[in-house]
Design a protein around this ligand. Structure first.
Ligand SMILES: [Cu+2]
Length: 502
């Protein structure tokens, strides 16, 4: 279903919501600020600090209540969902999840929901921290270019989800309208070294996972609960590489983790760590210790704490693992610092193991390769497209290289003396293109000389790991990087060598 054809439907539902709210609450016309009792009117007023994920506002140090003013802006923004994939997110504060709000038990919150004039739709907010109709939704239905205000007192400490509750609610949540609000207990939380904000949510795109271009919301997939994407912090890769969470050995890390949904629960786990403490379901009264995986419901949250004892990369996942490895629910925590060989030895032995040689592709995968070959042949006839294709292959090949080859040949292609030969300016590689293809497919053993350096080692075969296209891409990359120059490789060439008999 495309957005334009949904609009009349939405307008109808919006009207239906207004009508429903009117029925439940009387007229929704703003009544003007409620006269506050003197003890509340006398509270000191402060502006809430809001942060976008993965950041968390500073801990609250005051020991008494305040009147906290929250200004949250709804914006509809086009942003990256995955590489080459864009999505029109509806956001609280411009990010998915929305801005993190931090208040203290007993605070009186003056909440302003501002809907940006460029928004196409009305929105509201249901904060699970609110005691009152709709968690605030009944008082915050806000048209584009309007602002609503209501006031609530935070009675219960805990970490709470907030979300848009405008019809159709699953669509508003499914487009990214959720976030967390922390109500700190009166005595505060124990001190930790690092705090981070992570939320899981799924996206029901019309296209399948990875299908490029601007994607829109697919209501049928949402009803069937078949999301192509299940991600942390609003996109695939939001917490990997340069954007990974960080900590130092010896530090204690606290994660505020929530699930926006709209439907899918999370088996939240950090690979290589044990949660020293979990506040189950994010009530802040009871602590469970030594937990491997904690279940977080849709529209729910948890708080986990752990000390990081050894350096390395720890992987945040939904332990329903195809969600992590095939749909995006994967993040990283990079820990720096000295190793502790007693707690974790590191790799003790590395022996050569040559795995299964070739894996049969499915019929349709083969057909896809054949079709891609035909398209490639057609495109090579066009010099402009051929030039662009090569550039694209270099980019795709770089991803293959950085996911696999770099570990041995190094990111700069210079190799490691005595262990891994150079690919940058390699006379050996550049001299024979077919041999380069064969090296990747079948591996390479025995003595060779690269730029005058003798080497006699083992390169594992990649024919079971990489497709013909990936091999063509990675070779196009290494033949056109670090000063190397050469033509593009194509999948047909690789395929011919893959099938050659000796
Ligand atoms: Cu909304």
């Amino acid at each position: 279903m495309k957005l334009p054809c949904l609009l009349p439907f939405l307008a109808f539902l919006a009207l239906a919501t207004i009508t429903a709210v009117r029925a439940a609450e009387g007229p929704i016309d703003a009544k003007g600020p409620v006269a506050l009792p003197p003890e509340i009117a006398a509270l000191p007023v402060e502006q809430a600090v809001l942060t976008s994920p993965p950041h968390v506002p500073p801990a609250i140090t005051r020991k008494t209540s305040a009147r906290v003013v929250v200004n949250l802006e709804v914006r509809e923004v086009v942003a990256r969902l995955a590489d080459g994939v864009e999505y029109t997110f509806w956001t609280f504060g411009g990010s998915v999840p929305g801005s993190f709000i931090r208040i203290r038990e007993g605070d009186v919150v003056e909440f302003h929901l501002n809907n940006h004039p460029s928004s196409k739709l009305p929105h509201n907010i249901d904060l699970h921290a609110v005691t009152g109709p709709g968690g605030g939704a009944a008082s915050t239905f806000t048209a584009p270019g309007h602002s609503s205000q209501f006031t609530f007192q935070a009675l219960n400490p805990g970490l709470y989800v907030y979300h848009c509750a405008t019809a159709p609610v699953p669509m508003h949540i499914g487009n990214g309208m959720y976030g967390l609000i922390l109500v700190e207990p009166k005595d505060g939380l124990p001190r930790v070294d690092k705090e981070y904000y992570v939320m899981q949510g799924e996206f029901y795109t019309t296209g399948k996972y990875g299908e490029e271009g601007l994607q829109s919301f697919d209501m049928a997939k949402a009803i069937d609960e078949r999301p192509p994407y299940i991600v942390f912090n609003g996109s695939v890769g939001s917490l990997v590489g340069d954007q990974a969470l960080t900590a130092k050995v010896g530090e204690t890390v606290r994660l505020y983790f929530g699930v926006g949904g709209p439907n899918v629960t999370s088996s939240f786990h950090v690979i290589g760590e044990i949660f020293d403490r979990v506040y189950p379901e994010a009530g802040l009264k009871f602590v469970q210790e030594n937990v491997q995986t904690t279940l977080v419901p849709s529209g729910g949250a948890t708080v986990v704490e752990f000390k990081v004892d050894v350096p390395g990369t720890f992987i945040l996942v939904d332990h329903s693992l195809t969600r992590a490895f095939n749909k995006g629910a994967l993040g990283m925590l990079k820990v720096d610092g000295p190793a502790n060989r007693v707690i974790y030895s590191g790799k003790e032995i590395d022996a050569v193991y040559l795995g299964a040689q070739a894996v049969e592709g499915s019929d349709s995968a083969k057909r896809e390769v054949a079709l891609k070959d035909r398209i490639a042949t057609e495109m090579r006839a066009n010099p402009v497209i051929a030039g662009l294709t090569k550039e694209m292959q270099v980019e795709k090949g770089k991803q293959v290289y950085m996911g696999l080859c770099f570990a041995c040949h190094q990111p700069d292609g210079k190799g490691l003396p005595g262990a891994f030969p150079a690919l940058a300016n390699s006379d050996y590689m550049l001299a024979d293109r077919d041999r380069a293809v064969r090296t990747i497919l079948k591996g390479l053993t025995g003595p060779i000389t690269v730029n005058g350096q003798a080497i006699n080692s083992v390169m594992p075969p990649q024919e079971a790991v990489l497709t013909d296209a990936q091999i063509a891409d990675v070779l196009t990359y290494v033949f056109n990087t670090w000063g190397n120059k050469g033509d593009a490789f194509n999948a047909a060439q690789v395929k011919a060598i893959r099938n050659e008999t000796h």
